[in-house]
Ligand binder design. Structure first.
Ligand code: AMP
Ligand code: MG
Length: 429
C-alpha cells in the first residue's frame, strides 16, 4: 500500500538515515572509458593498481650526500666523495656499493646507491675538493623513501567508487593509466512546478516569477556528477503534471521543485500517490526545506506508472524522486542534504557521511527550537581564527542573500539561543 496520504515527517537525522539506507541499494547506470584528464571529478569503476613499486627505487628526498650512517657517529667526519648521482641516473652508472668512509653527491629524486643508508642535506655539509665534511650525526633512513614504501606493486591505489580527485589523477598518471573506466553520469530530470513560473527567456507578467530553481539544481547536479535534463515547467494541474512526472521518471533520478506544501494547488504528492509511489518521508524537521518529499515510483508498478527506464538492466526497480520545496533556498538546501547522496550513489560513488566544519559564531543567534536549521552565513577569518555570521535574509525565498553566503550555519533543534563566541557547525556551499 502506498503510504502517500499518511504524512511521515522525520527529524533531520532520521531523514538522513532514510536517505543513506536507500543510497546503499542504488545501482549505478553502467560504465565508460575516458581519457585521463576527462576523468577528473568522475567516479572510478575499476580498481587502480600500482603497476610497480612506489617509489620504484630508494629515493633521495634531498640534494646532498648519500652516506653510511655508521660513519657519522662522531661530532665531525670527513668522507671521500666517489661520484655523483642525478635524478633519472641509469643503474649502470651507480657505484656498485659505497663503502665505509665514502659518500656520493646525490640529487633530489635520484636513486640511493647500495651501501648508503642516509642522505645528508647539502646545507649541512662543507665540500673540500674530493672530500665532504659533515659535522652532525644522521639516523638510518634519513631523507630516503625506501622502495615500495608508498605502495607496493599490485596494491590498490584508488578503489572502485572513489571520486577522481587531483591526487587520484596523479596516482593514475604514475601508474601509467592514460584512460580510466568510470561510471556513467546518471541523468537527473528536473521538473519545476507552478502556474506563476515562467522560463528565463520569457517576459514575466507582473505577478509571475522566473524559473530559477531549475538552474540552481542543474548546477548542483553537475557538481555532484550528474547530467541535468531540464523538463518544461509543469502547471499546477494534475493531468499535465502527471505527464511530465512520467517523462521525468524515465531518467535515473527525478527532482521536482514546488508544489509540496499545504496549499490547494500543491499537487505533487497527490499525483505521485495516484501513481502508487512509495514515500520514505514527506517532510523533515528542518528549516529551510521542511516540506521535502522523498520516494520511489515503480516503473511498471500496477500498470499505472511510467514506462521502464531506457537501458534499465535490473528488474522493475523504479526511480527515486524528490519533491523539493519551491522556495529557492529550500530547494538548494534540500538538494545538498538529501538528493546529493542518492545522486552520488547513482554515480557509483561509495557512501560517505555529511561532514561539517566548525567555526566560532560572530554574533548571537536566537531561533525557535524544534527544527534543525541551515541558515545562509558567511565564514571568514583564517587559520585558527575562522568566524561565522548569518547573513541578513528575507527567508527561504531570498536568493540574493544566499548568493552572498559561502556556507550554511547548522543550528541543532534544541538550541534557541547561541551566544557569540560559541563554536557551531558549518556546511560549506
Ligand atoms: P511552492 O513550494 O510551490 O509553494 O513554492 C514556494 C515559493 O517558491 C513560491 O513563492 C514560488 O513562487 C517559488 N518558486 C517555486 N518554484 C520556483 C522556481 N522554479 N523558481 C523560482 N521560484 C520558485
Ligand atoms: Mg507552487
Amino acid at each position: 500500500m502506498p503510504a502517500a496520504s499518511a504524512s511521515n515527517i522525520l527529524s533531520f537525522e532520521d531523514a538522513r538515515r532514510a536517505i543513506e539506507a536507500q543510497a546503499a541499494l542504488v545501482q549505478a547506470p553502467g560504465n565508460e572509458f575516458v581519457e585521463l584528464l576527462a576523468a577528473a571529478g568522475r567516479v572510478l569503476e575499476e580498481q587502480l593498481l600500482a603497476d610497480r613499486d612506489l617509489p620504484p627505487f630508494p629515493r633521495s628526498t634531498r640534494d646532498g650526500y648519500a652516506v653510511r650512517s655508521s660513519d657519522l657517529t662522531q661530532l665531525s667526519a670527513t668522507l671521500d666523495v666517489i661520484g655523483e648521482i642525478k635524478a633519472g641516473e641509469k643503474l649502470d652508472n651507480l657505484p656498485a656499493s659505497i663503502g665505509s668512509g665514502q659518500a656520493v653527491s646525490i640529487m633530489t629524486g635520484a636513486p640511493v646507491p647500495a651501501g648508503a643508508d642516509a642522505v645528508v642535506m647539502v646545507e649541512q655539509t662543507t665540500r673540500h675538493g674530493d672530500h665532504v665534511e659533515i659535522a652532525r650525526s644522521v639516523s638510518t633512513g634519513e631523507n630516503i623513501v625506501p622502495r615500495g614504501a608508498e605502495a607496493q606493486r599490485g596494491k590498490v591505489l584508488v578503489d572502485r567508487g572513489d571520486r577522481l580527485t587531483d591526487a587520484a589523477l596523479a596516482l593514475a598518471a604514475s601508474a601509467g593509466k592514460s584512460r580510466l573506466q568510470v561510471y556513467k553520469r546518471p541523468r537527473v530530470a528536473v521538473l519545476t512546478t507552478g502556474d506563476e513560473i515562467v522560463d528565463v527567456g520569457a517576459t514575466p507578467g507582473p505577478t509571475q516569477i522566473r524559473n530559477s530553481n531549475s538552474y540552481s539544481l542543474a548546477a548542483q547536479i553537475l557538481g555532484a556528477g550528474g547530467q541535468p535534463v531540464l523538463l518544461p515547467v509543469a502547471p499546477d494541474e494534475p493531468q499535465a503534471l502527471r505527464q511530465l512526472i512520467e517523462l521525468g521518471l524515465k531518467s535515473d533520478l527525478l527532482l521536482l521543485t514546488g508544489g509540496v506544501s499545504m496549499g490547494r494547488y500543491d499537487l505533487v504528492e497527490q499525483v505521485l500517490s495516484e501513481m502508487h509511489a512509495e514515500f520514505f518521508f514527506t517532510g523533515a524537521k528542518i528549516q529551510p526545506g521542511r516540506p521535502v518529499v522523498f520516494g520511489k515510483c515503480g516503473a511498471d508498478q500496477h500498470g499505472a506508472g511510467a514506462p521502464a527506464r531506457e537501458g534499465a538492466t535490473a528488474p522493475p526497480v523504479g526511480t527515486y524522486f524528490f519533491g523539493l520545496p519551491g522556495n529557492p533556498v529550500s530547494t538548494m538546501v534540500t538538494f545538498e542534504l538529501f538528493a546529493r547522496p542518492i545522486l552520488e550513489a547513482l554515480s557509483g560513488q561509495s557512501p560517505h557521511k555529511l561532514i561539517f566544519l566548525h567555526a566560532r559564531l560572530k554574533s548571537e543567534i536566537r531561533v525557535k527550537t524544534g527544527l534543525t536549521r541551515f541558515l545562509p552565513a558567511v565564514l571568514s577569518g583564517e587559520f585558527a581564527d575562522s568566524q561565522v555570521e548569518l547573513v541578513a535574509w528575507q527567508g527561504s525565498g531570498d536568493i540574493a542573500a544566499t548568493a552572498r553566503a559561502n556556507c550554511y550555519a547548522v543550528i541543532p533543534p534544541d538550541r534557541g539561543h547561541i551566544p557569540a563566541g560559541d563554536w557551531i557547525a558549518v556546511m560549506l556551499r
